[in-house]
Design a protein around this ligand. Structure first.
Ligand code: TMP
Length: 228
């Protein structure tokens, strides 16, 4: 039996991986019972925290732990005001990022430790863990440069440098195992989506169909009523 009436679905991945586009497409496919939201910034207070966190004017010298706590504060507000109420009323949530971004960005790339960041988030944010998580793989360096150039001026975290983003990508590459090997996150069904087939970037509709097929499989495996 499903443990919730509504599904909590999450998209994750590094910069310019296409997760926001895919989150929007899946939300549209599910229809009116799905709420599209995001971290950081999916609440009124969160929008202000997002501005502090991402504005290049904040500067590069924010203490790493402060950054982790501000992400967690945003998440706490997001859980209380958006995710939990929607799940409680039986709706579906599609979230563009979750605590898993904190494991990759603050835990792995800033070097605070993925376990430490998981502990912090589980202890302090009223965290609900997603039922189904899609990790979008890394796009090629060439594709990423084209996409980032189209986004315009990089935000504070996008501008963190190549080594930082390599560590983020490596952490997401290990994430299926990281989550499966911890009793606190093992219930999350996590799928990793490769961006290329035979060396060619998959297009947006193909990625969408692949994600939908994985969601259908998940629902069949767990006897959950499929939302699509
Ligand atoms: P976005 O560009 O996908 O909206 O995400 C905002 C940025 O914030 C992105 O660079 C990833 C970063 N981030 C973290 O560093 N930690 C977190 O916990 C979250 C949710 C996002």
């Amino acid at each position: 039996m499903p443990r919730r009436k509504g599904l909590y679905i999450a998209f994750e991945g590094g910069e310019a991986c296409g997760k926001s586009t895919q989150a929007r497409l899946l939300t549209e496919r599910i229809g009116e019972r799905a709420l599209l939201t995001y971290e950081p910034g999916g609440t009124g207070l969160g929008a202000r925290l997002r501005a502090i966190l991402l504005d290049p004017a904040t500067g590069g010298d924010m203490d790493d732990m402060t950054e982790a706590y501000l992400m967690a504060a945003d998440r706490s507000e997001h859980m209380a005001k958006v995710v939990s109420p929607q799940i409680k009323k039986g709706g579906h949530v599609v979230s563009d990022r979750t605590f898993v971004s904190s494991l990759a960005y603050q835990g792995a790339a800033r070097g605070l430790g993925e376990q430490e960041i998981l502990n912090l988030n589980l202890a302090n944010t009223g965290l609900l863990t997603p039922d189904f998580m899609i990790i979008m793989g890394e796009v090629s360096a060439e594709e990423r440069s084209i996409r980032l150039a189209a986004f315009g001026k990089p935000d504070r975290i996008e501008a963190a440098g190549r080594d930082f983003h390599t560590k983020v990508a490596e952490s997401f590459g290990r994430m299926v195992d990281t989550l499966a090997n911890d009793s606190r996150t093992e219930s999350i069904k996590t799928v990793y989506i490769e961006q290329e087939a035979a060396g060619v970037q998959k297009d947006i509709p193909s990625l969408h169909e692949e994600i939908c097929a994985k969601l259908v499989d998940y629902c069949q495996e767990t006897s959950v009523v499929c939302p699509i």
